[in-house]
Design a protein around this ligand. Structure first.
Ligand code: NAD
Length: 316
């Protein structure tokens, strides 16, 4: 089995490669990554010593390049992580989000159609569902309407619809996962957890949007990777699967937990004007996947200390 992982030098893609290379000794892997500011070859440095992994630097928006890549390596399965992912950047500069997340996904889908593949798995997000009220409201199910708030979320919702259309129109064998916020090592330090750790270690102000009460549903990145592997094996082609661990945490509580782990004072917290269109709360219902037998194994409480230590040693 040959698995092509787009965006494999990013946060989740690099964890997915590590997880799969450990789990499947007889598979080979291709990491396709444009190495944008968010892509870091060092994230897979250890894995590149293994001859089962080939690193190809290139852009999913380049159809000619993709044709050569597919003809040369003949991948069986595509797991598509490559995307622009930072909500704040999508607010100040949405265009590249449309180019990579929508058009790039379309170009990659076309390459899959031309070359024939066993499965295209699209890695999406719970942000496509928009926001829930802080109190009440039912957790998002796969049937919840797509009501994205940010240009990032809208570009991911658009790509989800495109992927589903390639199943309905052309019969391309696709699956989609919509996952909640991931935490773990190797994340680019513009995202909440590594940013807060970095600031706290520098004893610099920790910027918290609005009143800090916005709630995110968190999942350990390795649980997300296990879920994608599980969907590849047990999922039904054409289906969407929510992925979450049911750990709803207000941003301010998480920031305080990080300060506690580091032994730094809460006085470092600085409230800043709220993000435009800021979603209040995400909560995801993963019962479809759990009924099939997948369940999250890690908790924030058990793993946060180790993650903080990793960032202290590797990023700061
Ligand atoms: P990331 O920003 O850390 O990594 C994205 C990777 O994609 C980088 O390595 C980058 O170089 C690469 N890339 C970007 N544009 C490319 C292009 N045009 N061609 C080829 N490669 C390109 O992102 P992440 O947090 O690892 O997220 C991966 C996927 O998971 C995304 O699709 C994201 O929407 C989704 N997701 C993320 C989270 C989360 O909490 N981080 C939650 C749910 C879903």
């Amino acid at each position: 089995m040959k698995v092509l992982v787009s965006g494999g030098c990013g946060f989740i893609g690099s964890h997915f490669l590590r997880y799969m290379m450990n789990a499947y000794r007889d598979y080979s892997f291709i990491c396709l990554d444009a190495l944008t500011y968010a892509g870091n070859k060092n994230n897979i440095k250890d894995l590149l010593k293994d001859s089962r992994l080939t690193m190809i630097e290139g852009n999913i928006r380049n159809a000619v390049f993709l044709d050569t890549l597919f003809a040369t390596y003949k991948p069986d399965v595509i797991v598509h992580f490559a995307a622009e992912t930072h909500v704040d950047r999508s607010i100040t500069g949405p265009q590249v989000f449309l180019e990579t997340n929508v058009i790039g996904t379309g170009i990659l889908l076309d390459a899959c159609l031309r070359h024939g593949i066993e499965r295209f798995h699209h890695v999406s997000t719970d942000e496509v569902y928009g926001t829930l009220p802080l109190q009440g409201g039912s957790a998002f199910t796969e049937q919840s309407p797509l009501l994205p708030s940010s240009p990032y979320a809208a570009s991911k919702a658009s790509s989800d619809l495109l992927v589903l259309s390639y199943y309905k129109t052309y019969g391309l064998p696709i699956t989609i996962s919509r996952c909640s916020n991931n935490y773990g090592t190797h994340q680019y330090p513009e995202k909440l957890i590594p940013l807060m750790i970095q600031r706290a270690l520098q004893e610099a102000p920790l910027p918290v949007y609005g009143d800090g009460l916005n709630v995110r549903d968190w999942i350990h990145v390795v649980d997300h990777c296990r879920a994608i592997d599980f969907i590849l094996k047990k999922g039904t082609v054409g289906e969407v699967y929510n992925v979450g661990a049911g750990e709803e945490i207000p941003n301010i509580k998480l920031v305080k937990q990080i300060l506690d782990v580091l032994g730094k004072p809460y006085e470092l917290i600085t409230y800043v004007p709220d993000r435009l269109g800021h979603d209040l709360r995400y909560a995801i219902d993963s019962s479809r996947l759990e009924t099939l037998g997948w369940k999250a194994e890690y908790t924030m409480e058990e793993t946060l200390q180790g993650i903080v230590e990793w960032y202290r040693a590797n990023v700061i």
